[in-house]
Design a protein around this ligand. Structure first.
Ligand code: 0O2
Length: 206
């Protein structure tokens, strides 16, 4: 937007990010409540851990530029779905689908988009269930629906993704070695998948 200065845009983004922080708190609390409830109702808790993260201002602006989108808060709110992110690490693969179901059936959670990289892993081997949802936050003068990305992973999926993320940034290697690393990482992802399935099998046979 040519009428808005860079400084004004930064201020507007900072303001809007506060809404995303509120939405993040709401979603985190929902999973903490489920976790608390599992601890008293069930003999095991399917939630291993809960992590939250906010995209920083520079990454938001860079993503808008990279996608050739308008540099405005309206465009950010409309087009970027991962400003606020929650990651739920689960014990078993089936836990992911059960938890996603329990979360989505809550009457203040609206599903916007679902990407199942467990049934359909990414070509590099990445596995996880991603939900883009919207929840209301209650502000002094309004009720605002805010989008949050929720990623569900098993410990094995998270182990692979964390290390892949670290290795991927070693870009100063020859292309041939990079291709080898990609192949090796893909094999590791298959091993993690086998582990998940074996663990599920052992649990189901308890
Ligand atoms: P961070 O810091 O973890 O948030 P885009 O968001 O443009 O990349 P898209 O299609 O909107 O693409 O989102 P996608 O690919 O469904 O999900 C993006 C997020 O999923 C990433 O966020 C990662 O958290 C995770 N992810 C997706 N693919 C991979 C992968 O191959 N390896 C790893 N380690 N993580 C992946 P960010 O913003 O990249 O990072």
């Amino acid at each position: 937007n040519p009428n808005v200065t860079e400084e004004e845009l930064e201020i507007a983004i900072k303001q809007s990010m506060s809404y995303y922080r509120c939405a993040l708190m709401e979603v985190e609390t929902k999973f903490k409540v489920l976790s608390e409830n599992f601890s008293i109702l069930s003999d095991r808790n399917p939630i291993e851990s809960i992590q939250t993260r906010m995209k920083d201002e520079d990454s938001i602006i860079n993503k808008l530029i990279r996608r050739n989108l308008e540099l405005s808060v309206e465009s950010m709110e409309k087009n970027l779905f991962d400003i606020a992110g929650v990651r739920i690490i689960c014990s078993f693969e089936n836990d992911i689908y059960n938890l996603a179901h329990l979360f989505l059936k809550q009457d203040d959670v609206r599903l916007i988009e679902k990407k199942d990289y467990i049934q359909h892993a990414k070509p590099n081997g990445y596995r996880s269930l991603h939900l883009i949802i919207e929840i209301p936050i209650f502000l002094a003068n309004e009720k605002k629906w805010v989008k949050v990305e929720v990623q569900f992973r098993t410990i094995a999926m998270d182990f692979w993704a964390s290390l892949e993320h670290k290795i991927r940034y070693k870009k100063d290697l020859p292309q041939e070695r990079l291709n080898e690393i990609d192949d090796e990482l893909y094999i590791c992802s298959k091993i993690c998948q086998q582990l998940d399935h074996k663990m599920q099998e052992i649990k189901d046979g308890e």
